[in-house]
Structures are given as C-alpha cells and as structure tokens.
Design a protein around this ligand. Structure first.
Ligand SMILES: Nc1nc2c(ncn2[C@@H]2O[C@H](COP(=O)(O)OP(=O)(O)OP(=O)(O)O)[C@@H](O)[C@H]2O)c(=O)[nH]1
Ligand SMILES: [Mg+2]
Length: 310
C-alpha cells in the first residue's frame, strides 16, 4: 500500500511544480542569501496562494534566522523553510490526532454538521467520512439537510447506498432544520455512533444560507444537547485565497470547529492550506486527494510540507 507521504506527493504534484520547485530552482541558481534573494522568495510565496500575510510572516522568520545564524548559503534555506512551514502549520492548525490516525470521535452520538459553498465537496466528503468511520467500527447515519437543490438528497442517497450507510431525508423543499431534528432523534433511537448532516451550499442570498445554517445548528443542539460537536467547513483548494474569504463568513455565522480541504489533487493552489492555518486558526482534519471514497486522508503538517519539497 502506498504510504501517506506517497499519496500526499501524488496529490500535491501540481502545487509543488507551481511553487516549491521555483524556490528550489532559485536556490540552485543563486547561491548567496542577500536581500534580493529574500525578496524573490517573498514574491514566490505571495504568488502561490499562501496569502500575503502568511508569506510575509514566513519571510520574517527567514530573515531573523539568516541574521541570527549568519548563514549565507541558499542551500541551507530549504531545510529551515521546511521546518518553519511545518512548525507553523502544526501550531496554527492545532493538529489533534496522532500522525496517521483517522479522526475517531469519542462521544456518542457524535454529530458533525458539514458546511461550505456549493460545489466545495460537502456531499462527497460526507461519503468518504462515513466510509472512514465505518472502517473504524462506527455506526453512521447521514442526514440530507440540503433540501434547497432538487437533486441534493438523491446525490447523498446514492453515496449512502454505495458506502452502505443509513440516511434520513425528505422530499425537495422540506425544512432542513426539521430533517436535522428527525435525524438526531433517529440517531438516538438507533444507537448510532456518528451522525453527519449535509447542508445546502447555495440559497437565494448568502444571508439566507447563514440563517438556515444557524437554525440547523440550534435545532441539533436542542435534539441532542452539546451537539453538533463538530461543524466542519469544506474548502475547495482550487479556489485558493477565495476559500479563506468564504471561511471567514462561515466562521462568523456558525461555530466552525474544523476544516477539510478538498480537491488538493487538481490544483496548483495547495499553498492555501498554509493560509488556513495562519489566518483562520482552525484545525485541518482531512484533505481530499481525489474523487474516490478512499481519497480522504488525515491531514498531517509534517507530511504535507515534506511532500511539497520532495
Ligand atoms: N479531484 C477531486 N474532486 C473532488 C474532491 N472532493 C470532491 N470532488 C468533486 O467535486 C465535485 C463537487 O462535489 P460535491 O460533493 O457534490 O460538492 P457539494 O459541496 O456537496 O456541492 P453542492 O451540493 O452543490 O453544494 C464532485 O464532482 C466531486 O467528485 C477531491 O478531493 N478531489
Ligand atoms: Mg452536496
């Protein structure tokens, strides 16, 4: 079986060629670390969806290290950069799980409300999560609380059948909060370990969507006190810095507790993962490295950075 590092490497190939290879090239072509060199590194980082704020902070780290350690050979820079990026990611994403572990909840029923803009990968990620939890011996129930888009429940239902998970749904146009409530009651009655609630990504206005999500969150808490234990925000890596803007809006509306970053495999914008850590300070639980049900991997800061440079 391919290691997590191999999978990260394959998934991050485009990000790597877009950004980190440029840094490696720069290092190979310019041997001496001077102001010009650091400026060029800063430009490369900023152009790579890491975000201005995060890039500046990283270059400040570099400058400080150059002054303190007095090193002037660019070759030394890569190792320092790697270790700083990994340390920053670890610090900011508050990685909770032990390396290589699929996150397994300890409360029962554990309710995960999944939010994000349309097309971000919510429904697909829910199917992948369901499969992962089942593999760890957990009984999973899905709630189709996206009643806005006509085909949304059917889509979740197809996935539910594929991964063999139970689902609570209603017809198109039903009240999403009512489904969330019914699903919570069903989770208690059926001795379910993990309830995963799918939500809409698109409503007439963003304000409507946020109000609907708040209502679902409230209703879940009434049906099962303390729930949702997790509000997982799904961010599409290929939207780069826009994902950070969206994340702020979701964070302001509902109590987002974690992030899953999807579609890292198809984009050169994987640097945005560093901005999530630096600018949002939310744990990244999972990354999506492909469309198949087994392509959701636990996020590991060290492995992520490793894969970008190897
Ligand atoms: N390559 C790749 N594709 C992904 C990944 N995750 C999701 N997708 C694809 O992204 C598309 C949208 O995924 P959905 O799960 O339907 O997104 P959604 O957020 O539920 O969308 P709405 O229901 O419209 O709000 C699908 O074609 C998925 O196969 C990933 O990690 N990698
Ligand atoms: Mg969906």
């Amino acid at each position: 079986m391919a290691s997590l590092l191999d999978k990260f490497k394959r998934g991050l190939a485009k990000t790597k060629s877009g950004l980190f290879d440029e840094i490696v090239n720069l290092v190979q072509n310019q041997y001496v670390v001077d102001d010009d060199f650091l400026e060029r590194v800063e430009e490369i980082l900023i152009a790579s969806d890491i975000g201005v704020e995060t890039s500046l902070a990283i270059v400040d780290d570099l400058k400080e290290h150059v002054n303190r350690a007095g090193f002037n050979q660019s070759g030394e820079l890569i190792d320092f950069l790697k270790s700083r990026l990994a340390a920053r990611l670890l610090e900011n994403t508050g990685e909770k799980q032990a390396p290589h572990d699929f996150f397994v909840p300890d409360v029962k029923p554990f309710v995960i409300m999944v939010v994000g803009v349309n097309g971000a990968g919510k429904t697909t990620t829910i199917a992948k999560l369901a499969k992962g939890f089942q593999t760890h011996g957990k009984k999973v129930l899905l709630a189709a609380a996206d009643t806005f888009r006509a085909a949304a429940s059917e889509q979740l239902e197809i996935w539910a059948q594929r991964v063999n998970a139970a689902i609570v749904k209603t017809q198109h146009g039903g009240d999403p909060a009512a489904i969330a409530f019914d699903a919570s009651k069903a989770a208690l009655a059926r001795d379910v370990d993990v309830l995963i609630v799918d939500t809409a990504g698109r409503l007439h206005t963003k304000a409507n969507l946020m109000e609907e999500l708040k209502k679902i969150e409230r209703v879940l808490g009434k049906a099962i006190p303390g729930s949702p234990q997790e509000v997982m925000l799904i961010l599409d890596a290929s939207t780069g810095q826009n994902a950070i803007v969206q994340a702020r809006q979701f964070k302001a509306a509902v109590g987002v507790t974690s992030v899953a970053v999807t579609k890292l495999d198809g984009t050169a914008k994987g640097g945005m993962v560093l901005a999530i850590g630096h600018e949002l300070n939310l744990p990244i639980r999972f990354v999506g490295l492909g469309e198949a049900v087994d392509d959701l991997k636990p996020f590991e800061a060290q492995t992520f950075v490793e894969a970008l440079f190897e």
